[in-house]
Structure formats: structure tokens, C-alpha cells
Design a binder for this molecule. Structure first.
Ligand code: ADP
Ligand code: MG
Ligand code: ZN
Length: 476
């Protein structure tokens, strides 16, 4: 925290929706296809072509609005934002201006430094994306309009964040929400979730906001943090040198770790916004909103609370498991088959995530299904196998897809709980290690671990460790 200046940050996030078709035409939105192969007169901006609104985009916007505590406008309006750029064939972007679909939302975040805090969301509006410029080796440029007219939500925050940490906490939470909702693939590299950060500083106690700069090209959480921190230092230097911060757009260069001025910042009136005469107002009925509300999935924050509360999981485990919806759903399915959340979470966090990481797989591709995993836990619980053998069983299931019971049976992995059999092994171990026996009897009780280890080894892991322990104590 700076002693003289307060940092103020507001974020604009562009969320690319996962609808199959574009926002105003039937072209496919699939990523990575041949240049200009997904275009039609509408998204090419040919004269006379008329846009038709994709209903799914409105529904996704309602979902995002409800999940971020916004009010959903019964009527919202599309507007033209006019500017010239070669990737924008119509010469204007269809967006929303005066009447966006969602307003007045908020998210609660928590950071180490400032604890719990509520951050305002000014608005969420629907808009179309622009195309992409391709810069060729012969110094010419081409334009690919596959991305033109793909649907975006723009989520605009209030200038409520006071540090880069708060900005990142907000972004991570928003990211989690849109991915949980299934309306965005969340891929930062491919630009499915892009953030512009508006940053200013002001002397502590001053009411008015300082002049902001807007940072663009931030496609990872780490760069966003770096860019904000660099920008705060830069603005402090400017003011300390007796100069004024100018309102401008700056581009962050992650390799150099600095931002550079890109252009002066436009004001809204420069865009000559006006309602788009080609599109009807968007009317959203109360019924529709209710329908969407009823079908919203349980979100990560709700899961986090439930896992820590009802299920009594430690904060860390609850945080990891709730962070991704497929992982949370996997875990909840395991608990359905074996109702001991703590043990289930230990196995999900340990064996399952470990093996997935090793093999570079997503949870959706995990060969050990929740039912198969629960099958192992049930057999540990009823003392059929030890925790150690259970790990071998897990690996076998991973390889073969068989059930725990099939593997235990086929490989003879049942725990030995027959006193006579364990006793025989205990006797062997004692006979084979006279030195350690003497030390143990001389008071070195730590050696019990060694003896139990030997018995487990001799029984190939199958002796019941508790019984081995008891018998050893008796005999030693
Ligand atoms: P635009 O950038 O399109 O002109 P706005 O004026 O609505 O749009 O502001 C965009 C974002 O900038 C919002 O998230 C807002 O909270 C933030 N913002 C506005 N003024 C400041 C400021 N002085 N310092 C930091 N953030 C600001
Ligand atoms: Mg902006
Ligand atoms: Zn099209």
C-alpha cells in the first residue's frame, strides 16, 4: 500500500459466449477454422443485410446477470458504436449503450490484505466482436472476419478496487462464474475472457477520481497484476515530477514488463452512439427470467460454503474442489456413493488430482469414475483392504477400468485379519532382527514403526496394520 496515494481500479471484461452461432447471423463460431470461411452477408457487413438477434445470447446475458446479482432490464436496446477500423466492415459495432440488459450488480471477494469486500458491477451488455487483422510477411495486411459478429458480454465494474490483488480476486471470481454457467470456455489464451484495466491514483482522502489510463492486451491474470502495478508506479512518478497523468489507452508488453501509450482515450461522444434501427428492442419477460433463475447451477461460492459448512471440509480442500465445476461434480458424485466427504476429498485431492496431473488429463477424462473410486473407499472402510493396498487398487482401476472388488479378488489383495497368520509373520520378523529387538527392549520404542513395516513387507502389504501392531507389542 502506498503511503501517499490511493489506487483506484475499474475493470471492463469481455466474455466471449459459447453459442454455436454468431449473435446476429447463423454463421458458426468455431475457433481456428479457415480464414473467412465462417462469414455471410450479415457479418461481412454487406449493404442491405439485416441482423437477427440470437436468443441464446440474451439467455446467457440473463444468466450472467443473475449470477452477479444484477437487475435484468425488461427492455434493453442495441446501439451503434461508430468508429473506423479495418476489422470492422460495417464501420460500427452493434453494442448496447443507454439501456443495457443488466445493471446494478455486485460480487463479494476476499483478499489477504483487505478481507471481505463487495465490489459493484455497473452493467453487463451484449455486443458483437470485430474481426482480426493478419499482418503478412510482405508488409501487407489481410482481414479475417470469422470472429466478426461473435457474441460478447461486456461486464463493466464500478471503480471499486483498491489494489491489484482485489482486481485479480474479482476477475478470478467472474471467470469462475461464467465458466460454471457454461456460457464461456474461459480460455484466456484464445481471448475468450479478456480484460481492460482502468487505473488511476489520488491523494488519500480526495473524493474525486484521478485521471485514469486504460490498459489493454492483458491475457493472463499474472500480466494483469504486473500491468496494474507498473501503471501505479508510473503514475506516481508522473505526479511526483509535477506533471499530469493524461487519459489514454496503453498497451502492456509482457516481455518488457512495461506499458506503452497506444492512443488518446476516446470519449463516449466520439462514438456517436445511436439506437440501431435494424434491431427491435430486447424484451425480457419476468417469466423468462424466473425460468433462467430456476435452472442456474449451484455456483462455486455456494459450493465452497456448503463444503466447509455442511461437509466440514478444510478451507483449502473446499477451495480447490469448488474451483472447477467438473471437479466439484466428480467429488459430489463420489460422496453420493460413499458418504464420507472428508475421506472422499482426501482421495480426490490426492490420488485423483495427482494422477490427472501426471498424465496431463482433465477430470472429464479420468478413467476412475466416481463409482469406481467409491468402490475402493468402501473396501477400506469395511477393512477388506488397507489404505496402502487401496493405492495399488486405484492404479489397477486406472489401467483396467475394473472394479475394486474384481481386482481385490483376482489379485488376492484381501487384508489378512487372521490372527494366526499374522502371528506367524510377527514371529519371523522378531527372529530375523535380534539387534533391533534388543534395542527395542532396551527402551528404543520408536522401533515399533520399523517392526510394523517389516510385517507389512513380509505380508506384501496385506496384514491388518492395527493387528500387526498389537501382536508385536505383546510379543516384544
Ligand atoms: P469507457 O472506458 O468505455 O469510456 P467508462 O467511462 O464507463 O467506459 O469506464 C470504464 C471503466 O473505467 C469502468 O470499469 C469504471 O469503473 C472505470 N473507471 C472510470 N473512471 C475511473 C478512474 N478515474 N479510475 C479508475 N477506473 C475508472
Ligand atoms: Mg473502456
Ligand atoms: Zn454471418
Amino acid at each position: 500500500m502506498n503511503s501517499r496515494y490511493e489506487v483506484v481500479i475499474g475493470l471492463e471484461v469481455h466474455v466471449q459466449l459459447t453459442t454455436r452461432t454468431k449473435i446476429f447471423c447463423g454463421c458458426s463460431t468455431e475457433f481456428g477454422q479457415g480464414v473467412n470461411s465462417q462469414t455471410c452477408p450479415v457479418c461481412l457487413g454487406l449493404p442491405g443485410a439485416l441482423p437477427v438477434l440470437n436468443r441464446q445470447v440474451v439467455e446467457d446475458a440473463i444468466k450472467a446477470g443473475l449470477a452477479t446479482n444484477c437487475q435484468i432490464a425488461p427492455r434493453s436496446i442495441f446501439a451503434r458504436k461508430n468508429y473506423f477500423y479495418p476489422d470492422l466492415p460495417k464501420g460500427y459495432q452493434i453494442s448496447q449503450f443507454e439501456l443495457p440488459i443488466c445493471e446494478h450488480g455486485w460480487l463479494d471477494i476476499e483478499t489477504g490484505e483487505s478481507g471481505k469486500k463487495r465490489l459493484g458491477i455497473t452493467r453487463i451488455h451484449m455486443e458483437e466482436d470485430a474481426g482480426k487483422l493478419l499482418h503478412n510477411s510482405d508488409n501487407s495486411s489481410s482481414v479475417d472476419l470469422n470472429r466478426a459478429c461473435t457474441p460478447l458480454l461486456e461486464v463493466v465494474s464500478e471503480p471499486d478496487m483498491r489494489s491489484s490483488d482485489e482486481a485479480i480476486a474479482y476477475l478470478k471470481q467472474l471467470h469462475q462464474i461464467v465458466v460454471y454457467l457454461g456460457i464461456c470456455d474461459g480460455n484466456l489464451d484464445e481471448g475468450s475472457f479478456r480484460c481492460d484495466a482502468n487505473v488511476s491514483i489520488r491523494p488519500w482522502g480526495q473524493k474525486e477520481l484521478g485521471t485514469r489510463s486504460e490498459l489493454k492486451n492483458l491475457n493472463s491474470f499474472r500480466y494483469i497484476k504486473q500491468a496494474i502495478e507498473y501503471e501505479v508506479e508510473r503514475q506516481i512518478d508522473v505526479i511526483d515530477a509535477g506533471e499530469k497523468v493524461v487519459q489514454e489507452t496503453r498497451l502492456f508488453d509482457p516481455d518488457a514488463g512495461v506499458s506503452r501509450s497506444m492512443r488518446g482515450k476516446e470519449e463516449a461522444h466520439d462514438y456517436r452512439y445511436f439506437p440501431d434501427p435494424d434491431l427491435l428492442p430486447v424484451d425480457v419477460s419476468a417469466d423468462w427470467i424466473e425460468q433462467v433463475r430456476k435452472n442456474l447451477p449451484e455456483l462455486s461460492t455456494a459450493k465452497l460454503q456448503r463444503y466447509q459448512g455442511e461437509m466440514d471440509l478444510p478451507a483449502y480442500a473446499a477451495g480447490v474442489i469448488s474451483s472447477e465445476r467438473p471437479l466439484a461434480e466428480y467429488f459430489e458424485a463420489v460422496v453420493k456413493y460413499y458418504n464420507n466427504p472428508k475421506i472422499c476429498s482426501n482421495w480426490v485431492m490426492g490420488e485423483v488430482l495427482g494422477a490427472l496431473k501426471d498424465k496431463k488429463l482433465e477430470i472429464s477424462a479420468c478413467p476412475v469414475t466416481p463409482e469406481l473410486l467409491a468402490g475402493i473407499l468402501i473396501r477400506i472402510d469395511d477393512n477388506t483392504i488397507s489404505g496402502k493396498i487401496a493405492k495399488t487398487v486405484f492404479e489397477e482401476i486406472w489401467q483396467t477400468g475394473k472394479t475394486a472388488d474384481q481386482i481385490i479378488e483376482a489379485k488376492g489383495l484381501k487384508q489378512v485379519t487372521d490372527t494366526g497368520a499374522i502371528e506367524a509373520i510377527v514371529d519371523e520378523v522378531i527372529a530375523a532382527n535380534p539387534g533391533q529387538v534388543a534395542e527395542y527392549r532396551g527402551g528404543k520404542e520408536k522401533l515399533m514403526g520399523f517392526f510394523v513395516g517389516q510385517v507389512m513387507k513380509a505380508s506384501k502389504g496385506k496384514a491388518n496394520p492395527g493387528m500387526a501392531n498389537q501382536l508385536l507389542k505383546k510379543k516384544l
